[in-house]
Ligand binder design. Structure first.
Ligand code: JFZ
Length: 436
């Protein structure tokens, strides 16, 4: 009897394991080399945009809350962003040192920024009548920026989706999820076939109508259209976006509005707004340059990417102050980019004083703040510092005793936001285990 129950338990767990590891056929999962390439980019531009900018409220979330649904759903009839210039947006990303760009082709309000044969609720029925997604894809190609597409799962506008506004609890009996998933697939087919995105950034997967089986179906479908497309971890029925694992669908984790934790195994990308709101809001508070640069350095220090969001205005332009802030980040990256792009994070955990990145035999210490004349780093055993110097500057005096590295900081740090000290090691910095 006893061994029988063990058998049952064993069978139960092995079935679970099988179900988990077989979520997606390993033969079609995005190859590691593709994801490694994605993680080398480190910095991308997120763009939240649509007719809702005419009201200055949050995209999707304000529908039926701050803006009556009927008003919201008719905004596209006035949406005429005549100053939109795809090249200018992409140049703004390029000058910021960004390597990829992700546009909200479809957000929770269901409006499509591309000419679609699937739904009339699209940009060609606005007075503007311009293929925003297509022009951005072309501009990205021109400036060598990888083009990515945000696509929502939940759609509060579609009658076939059971919820029609944020927080709704009662299911619309007239909704039809099977038809809804078919619509999604047709839209995704248009996007993948016409614009060849590097990545699809799904979102809105946390409401109860969405099931893992739909996510598996969509992931598999995309891979048939283009095996190389990268897919984030918001396509299965999970609401925990910071995690990755065999039970979670998708290629990389997506912590939101917070810097992800140091992780040398799972690829991740933090998405964060340059102001507070995702979509444009007049006079929204803008992050300081210090916060912007340190966010990027702490993200790289945790071995992740930063997808930094701007919300262009209803006339089609990115706000001058947002573009200026991005340019300032780009200026910093021109000097210090070596310590960000194509690096790994760690081995130290990022904190308020410093973060570390590494490449080859170099360890880059990003110094945020000078609390005293010395910066003491945790012990690195069996690793010797051969040389220490400021990136773009002179030598740094240091001692190393029992592994502990003590750096003598200059009287004044050369960069008030992030000064980088390079430590040349006697070994490959990338193989040092994480110091916890
Ligand atoms: C989601 C979107 O809803 C948001 O509009 C934006 O596009 C961002 C990048 O992703 O953010 C979320 C996700 C989950 C919740 C709220 C916002 N939630 O569960 O309350």
């Amino acid at each position: 009897m006893r061994s029988f129950s063990y058998l049952i338990i064993f069978l139960f767990f092995s079935c679970q394991l099988k179900a988990q590891t077989n979520l997606i056929d390993p033969a079609i999962k995005t190859p590691k080399a593709v994801l490694d390439n994605f993680m080398d980019q480190r910095f991308g531009m997120f763009i939240h945009w649509g007719p809702v900018t005419l009201r200055g409220t949050e995209i999707g979330w304000s529908r039926g809350i701050n803006v009556p649904a009927d008003d919201y759903d008719n905004l596209y009839k006035e949406f005429n962003p005549v100053l939109f210039n795809a090249d200018e947006w992409v140049k703004t990303a390029k000058d910021a040192g960004m390597k990829y760009l992700t546009i909200t082709a479809k957000h929770h309000d269901g409006f499509l920024l591309w000419p679609s044969a699937v739904s009339d609720y699209n940009i060609m029925n606005s007075p503007y009548k311009v293929d925003v997604v297509g022009l951005l894809a072309a501009a990205c190609k021109k400036y060598d920026i990888r083009f990515c597409i945000y696509f929502t799962v939940l759609d509060w506008h579609d009658p076939n989706y059971p919820f029609h506004k944020p927080g709704q609890k009662n299911i619309d009996a007239k909704a039809d999820m099977k038809k809804f998933v078919l619509t999604m697939k047709s839209e995704i087919q248009e996007l993948v076939n016409n614009y060849h995105p590097y990545m699809l950034w799904f979102d809105g997967n946390w409401e109860s109508p969405w099931k893992n089986e739909y996510g598996i179906d969509i992931y598999t479908y995309i891979k048939k259209l283009d095996p190389k497309v990268i897919i984030n971890n918001r396509i299965g029925a999970n609401s925990e976006h910071t995690k990755l694992g065999p039970e979670i669908l998708g290629d990389y984790a997506t912590p939101e509005q917070k810097i992800g934790a140091l992780n040398m195994n799972d690829p991740w990308e933090t998405c964060m707004t340059i102001c507070n709101q995702w979509a444009w809001k007049p006079n929204d508070s803008l992050k300081s340059l210090k916060e912007c640069i340190q966010t990027l350095a702490k993200t790289a220090g945790g071995n992740g990417n930063l997808l930094f969001n701007v919300g262009p205005m209803p006339d089609g332009r990115i706000e001058k102050r947002q573009a200026t802030r991005l340019k300032e980040m780009g200026n910093w990256l021109k000097l210090y980019g070596e310590s960000i792009y194509k690096t790994k994070g760690g081995p130290f955990k990022p904190n308020e004083i410093y973060a570390a990145t590494r490449k080859g035999n170099k360890l880059y210490i990003h110094v945020f703040d000078k609390k005293s004349n010395e910066l003491i780093l945790p012990a690195l055993h069996a690793v010797l510092v051969r040389k220490a110097f400021l990136l773009n500057g002179g030598a740094i005096n240091y001692q190393q005793a029992a592994g502990v590295i003590t750096l003598q900081l200059p009287a004044q740090l050369p960069d008030q936001n992030d000064s980088v000290i390079v430590l040349e090691l006697n070994t490959n910095a990338e193989s040092i285990p994480v110091i916890s």
